[in-house]
Design a protein around this ligand. Structure first.
Ligand code: GLC
Ligand code: CA
Length: 521
């Protein structure tokens, strides 16, 4: 049984370095998150996902952990984390931390030990070949860095050596089976880290690259699933209210091995991206090209590409847990400015009426832009989605009282910039729309996280998309034309964007409109 709070969970993702700086050093911090909990709550969000905030050399923004049990000094202390958990819980907000189980920083003491020439407790905590000139059996590897006579496998950047959970398909003497004592020790080390934070009050984890643990594991990921059954099984047994969400993008697999939730990720051309951002990521300084996504007014897209990708995987996971849609994340290009205000309202109305626990990326609720800024801490093109939260029109847009030169990332020009303060004052703002649509979801169980989803109308070539959530009917028309939907019963309109009306058993959906209908009683 998954944590009971997940049925109502609506998440807010915070990139801690860019959210709110309380000590004027130019970097967001944990007390800053604590200070803004009322804001998070005002959105209707009742759970947080914090990107990694652990001690790290930050060669990949903290996804290169040097000490799993220590808050990075720039974010505060472990006591600040404890205080954040306590303050959040008082307000009914849960907190997920980011667990990076697949790799550490090359500066992690385990790795320093493991690279020594003399055999020791950590010699097999990472994947080493048996010869300094050996290759990685298809995996990227590094040699010549450490006294040990071997090369080591990396999981992502050069700074991220892969932890050793073993191999399924073994064809080299240095590849260990997943039940080798060294690989079992890696699992135990991860459980120990999870318990450490859960005991302090954390409510669970977003799990980075969760499908990457066992190597040579094929597409079925059978051995990686076995490892997760063990880790997640132990954690769930000890902490029944803890929640785990995987970066996996395969709910059939992830939700069968102990994850409560899995993410629908944004990959160029996949179902998710053809809904929101169907364009090439612009190069430095370039403008975003034509967005041919479903929600773009000028696009000719129907939802067939989305459904072809979404439906089979939704079906494979729907009885096991939640497959979660995101507004964006720290790895994706932001939705704005690829979609304008009206297009984004339709996109978010869709997002918040779909199954799964929805995730909102900080700043997307005000339409924060994707900006061209030089790469920072391994961000590269992702850096433009990681800029400081735009709170108001004071110095540094209210993010920090530091000298602008010292900011983690620069804030953009004030002119035309969306801010929380401005949008708070405007009842018709995007921010207030987001609050409204989240409230609509939270006050109608049919629109809830576990409530069933079924396609109602998705004709090929048509811009109209309608689906059932429980007994409710949701319909979207992102086009410039009025479109007509035959109804299967007597409905009334509960919520609408744009012009729509029911007439003689039909729903007339005006240009760029959205409607939620409920059966008339
Ligand atoms: C995940 C994270 C990403 C990070 C990578 C390596 O994809 O979301 O930000 O760079 O894993 O840990
Ligand atoms: Ca700070």
């Amino acid at each position: 049984m998954a944590a009971s709070w997940l049925s109502k969970a609506v998440f807010y993702e915070i990139y801690p370095q860019s959210f709110f700086d309380t000590n004027a050093d130019g970097v967001g911090d944990l007390p800053g998150v604590t200070e803004k909990l009322d804001y998070v709550k005002s959105l209707g969000c009742n759970a947080l996902w914090l990107n990694p905030c652990f001690d790290s050399p930050f060669k990949d923004a903290g996804y290169d952990v040097r000490d799993y049990k220590k808050v990075a000094p720039r974010y505060g202390t472990n006591d600040d984390m404890k205080a954040l958990f306590a303050a959040a819980h008082k307000k009914g907000i849960r907190v997920l931390l980011d667990l990076v189980p697949g790799h550490t920083s090359e500066q992690h003491p385990w790795f320093r030990e493991s690279g020594k020439a003399e055999e020791n407790e950590f010699s097999h905590r990472y994947i080493w070949t048996d010869n300094a000139f050996a290759r990685g059996d298809g995996m990227p590897f590094i040699g010549g860095e450490m006294p040990r006579n071997g090369t080591y496998i990396i999981n992502f950047f050069k700074s991220q050596p892969a932890l050793n959970y073993g191999y399924r398909d073994i064809h080299e003497p240095w590849q260990k089976p997943i039940d080798d004592p060294a690989c079992l020790a890696t699992r135990e080390a991860m459980k120990d880290i999870m318990r450490f934070w859960l005991d302090m009050g954390c409510d669970g984890f977003r799990v980075d690259m969760a499908d990457s643990l066992v190597k040579n594991d094929g597409n079925e990921k059978l051995a990686t699933m076995e490892v997760w059954k063990d880790i997640a099984g132990a954690i769930h047994a000890e902490y029944p209210e803890a929640a785990l969400v995987s970066e996996w993008n395969n709910p059939g697999q992830a939700l069968s091995c102990g994850f409560d939730m899995d993410f629908y990720l944004d990959w160029r051309g996949n179902g998710y991206s053809v809904m929101f951002r169907d364009y090439d990521i612009p190069k430095f300084g370039e403008k975003i090209g034509k967005n041919n996504s479903y929600f773009s007014l000028g696009s000719d897209r129907d939802v067939s590409g989305f459904l072809k990708d979404f439906l089979p995987r939704y079906e494979a996971g729907k009885d096991k847990g939640l497959w979660c849609l995101i507004s964006g994340n720290h790895d994706t290009v932001r939705v704005a400015p690829g979609l304008d205000d009206r297009e984004r309202r339709l996109a978010f109305a869709f997002l918040y009426t779909m199954p799964g626990a929805p995730f909102l990326y900080y700043g997307d609720e005000i339409g924060m832009p994707y900006r061209w800024v030089p790469t920072k801490e391994g961000g590269y093109q992702r850096t433009g989605s990681r800029t400081p939260m735009q709170w108001d029109r004071s110095e540094n847009m209210g993010f920090s009282a530091a000298d602008p030169e010292r900011l983690y990332l620069p804030v953009g020009p004030l002119e035309g910039a969306p801010t929380v303060a401005d949008q708070e004052k405007d009842p018709g703002s995007f921010l207030n729309f987001v609050r409204e649509i989240i409230a609509l979801r939270q006050s109608n169980d049919d629109l809830g996280n576990y409530s069933p989803f079924r396609v109602y109308s998705a004709e090929e070539g048509s811009r109209l998309f309608a689906y059932k959530r429980g007994g409710m009917l949701v319909a979207v028309n992102p086009s410039a034309e009025e479109l007509v939907l035959e109804l299967d019963g007597d409905y009334e309109i509960l919520y609408a964007i744009g012009d729509s009306r029911t007439e003689n058993g039909r729903l007339l959906l005006g240009r760029q409109s959205f409607a939620v209908l409920k059966p008339r009683v």
